[in-house]
Design a protein around this ligand. Structure first.
Ligand code: FE2
Length: 201
């Protein structure tokens, strides 16, 4: 395993522990990652030098903002890849380990592509992306995906789950689509509209 992958693997695991309200220690990391306590200590020192975490051997580690961001991202990829591997019927016993390898090599484009694919095929193709709707069509929001920042932004402008939407201008025309959401007409570019999953009425 390459150095960057090992770093990501540690940050993912520490982040998982933080989510459970646990503080990672040399002992707990050595057990879960199946490496010797001395290599854990060595790695934690390295991660502290890179400012991904604060490390005091007696009280465990605490992720910094940068460290937490990497941990969160890798975990998010891990979950998506597991879902994808299940979707293509990969043996359950291989899924976790495979996801742990793939999560380090995909970038945001691949992440979004897989995410897209899963939503499109789920529920026997009963779902559409907002970007695919034609003028005059009504639908409601099933989910929004993409990175955290985008999801927050979309929710802020009104694309909450179950919200009805009506397409006033589709992407067949040049320029953004115009969608009516809760009485407001909102202009949305294609690269954003394809992150909004809807069900037609
Ligand atoms: Fe992993």
């Amino acid at each position: 395993m390459e150095e960057t992958e090992r770093i990501e693997e540690y940050l993912e695991m520490i982040y998982r522990m933080e989510l459970k309200g646990e503080r990672a220690t040399t002992v707990s990391l050595s057990e879960t990652l199946k490496v010797s306590p001395s290599s854990v200590t060595e790695m934690l020192q390295k991660l502290a030098e890179k400012e991904y975490l604060e490390y005091a051997s007696y009280k465990g580690v605490k992720l910094t903002k940068d460290g937490r961001e990497i941990g969160r991202k890798i975990l998010e990829r891990h979950r998506l890849i597991e879902e994808f591997l299940k979707f293509i019927n990969i043996d359950q016993r291989k899924i976790h380990e495979l996801a742990c390898k793939i999560e380090h090599v995909i970038d945001d484009d691949v992440f979004n592509g897989i995410s897209d694919l899963l939503y499109r095929y789920r529920e026997n193709g009963n779902l559409n992306l907002l970007s695919e709707l034609a003028e005059g069509e009504n639908a409601y929001v099933v989910t929004v995906h993409g990175d955290d920042r985008l999801v927050k932004k979309l929710i802020n402008i009104g694309f909450m789950i179950k919200t009805p939407v009506k397409v006033k201008r589709s992407l067949v025309n040049r320029g953004p689509m115009i969608v009516s959401v809760k009485g407001n007409d909102i202009a949305i570019d294609e690269d954003i509209a394809r992150f909004i999953v809807v069900r037609k009425e």
